[in-house]
Design a protein around this ligand. Structure first.
Ligand SMILES: Cc1cc2nc3c(=O)[nH]c(=O)nc-3n(C[C@H](O)[C@H](O)[C@H](O)COP(=O)(O)OP(=O)(O)OC[C@H]3O[C@@H](n4cnc5c(N)ncnc54)[C@H](O)[C@@H]3O)c2cc1C
Length: 317
């Protein structure tokens, strides 16, 4: 029987990247890369154009139907097909689905895969842990392995329009308990995109009061940069919108300059700043974890250092 690698994502762009990754391994393993697709004929055609060699059509998603409703269908489908690999897009919904499939079927689920290779008859997977702060290499020990993979891990191959292949229909299995969609609300447009900022001035809990953020904004403006924060300032104190916090559960930045003001440098925060070109920390504690992680630091009270920096930058204008 031909070995199958099946990819699944509700995001067509991410599905293209999963297909590209699966195709790389499939060549040496003589496996077939199939896509499980929810959508109409054009979605199926797109999966073929993205490189899928076969499509399992799960039908069209009805208005108000949640992706979650497809879990019983996917469980039945995986039991029947037993693919060597099920590669799922690591979106919020994709990760939840992967976990539910793994639990229902007793299958290994390995999250945030970066690379996978066949090694000694087993699939060896390099994946990110601690929110991307480290990598771990693991071997799957079940006949089918479920992997989740995020965006931008591999490049999608250019789409080949007109590509086609076998389409197999998968019957929908009605879930026993259905969640009901009550309302959809548009997210307010983001006011900042930290991921493209060239300078980032990051406020931490060393900032004592909300009004003091004024000097942080002034410093950021003199540096032509954006203001960011640690999570407590956004989720606990609500001083700034959530889109401004950096870290494992927030944004990842890669500026030329990341300047922290009263940020201790816990791993949950610093995983989001590792690609900064220069890290500068201002903290009154010489033992704060941010200090050894920075290129330059000033040990001192930010309430003295920041006004002095602002004055110096203004004097240069
Ligand atoms: C599951 C989980 C996920 C998390 N995700 C994130 C995340 O994505 N992003 C994130 O940021 N955090 C996250 N956190 C929280 C994280 O663990 C830290 O608690 C948080 O980053 C600390 O914020 P901070 O550095 O501002 O505050 P603190 O750790 O309290 O540090 C304050 C710093 O300010 C210094 N300071 C105080 N006063 C002054 C002064 N006057 N002048 C100079 N320095 C001064 C202190 O010496 C200290 O170093 C997460 C936590 C958990 C459990």
């Amino acid at each position: 029987m031909t070995k199958e690698f099946i990819v699944f994502s509700e995001k067509p762009g991410l599905r293209a990247e999963l297909i590209a990754n699966a195709l790389q391994l499939a060549t040496s393993e003589q496996a077939l890369v199939a896509a499980a697709v929810i959508g109409d004929q054009s979605a199926i055609e797109q999966a073929f154009a993205q490189g899928a060699q076969k499509v399992y059509s799960l039908g069209e998603q009805a208005d108000g139907q949640l992706l979650d409703d497809y879990v019983p269908t996917l469980i039945t489908f995986l039991k029947e097909k037993q693919p060597a690999l099920m590669l799922i897009g690591a979106t919020r919904q994709g990760k939840a689905i992967a976990g539910r499939l793994g639990a229902a079927l007793g299958i290994s689920v390995i999250t945030d895969a970066k690379e996978f290779n066949q090694h000694d008859q087993a699939l060896e997977i390099t994946h990110l842990i601690f929110g991307g702060g480290a990598v771990r290499v693991e071997k799957a020990n079940t006949a089918t392995t479920i992997l989740t993979q995020g965006a931008s891990v591999v490049e999608a191959v250019p789409e080949k329009s007109g590509a086609s292949g076998e389409i197999e229909k998968v019957s929908f299995v009605e879930p026993n308990r259905k969640a009901t969609l009550v309302e959809r609300k548009a997210k307010p447009p983001a006011s900042v995109n930290l991921s493209v900022a060239k300078s980032v001035v990051c406020a931490g809990r060393g900032i004592g009061k909300k009004e003091d953020l004024e000097m942080v904004f002034e410093l950021a403006s003199l540096l032509n940069g954006e203001v960011a924060a640690t999570r407590p300032l956004t989720e606990g104190l609500d001083w700034l919108p959530r889109e401004r916090y950096i870290g494992v559960s927030g944004a990842t930045v890669k500026p030329d300059l990341y300047l922290s003001l009263g940020v201790s440098g816990q791993a949950q925060h610093t995983v989001g700043i590792t690609e900064s070109r220069v890290i500068v920390a201002i903290d009154k504690d010489k033992d704060a974890p941010i200090i050894p992680q920075s290129d330059y630091f000033i040990i001192g009270d930010l309430y003295e250092v920041v006004p002095a920096l602002i004055a110096a930058l203004q004097a240069r204008k």
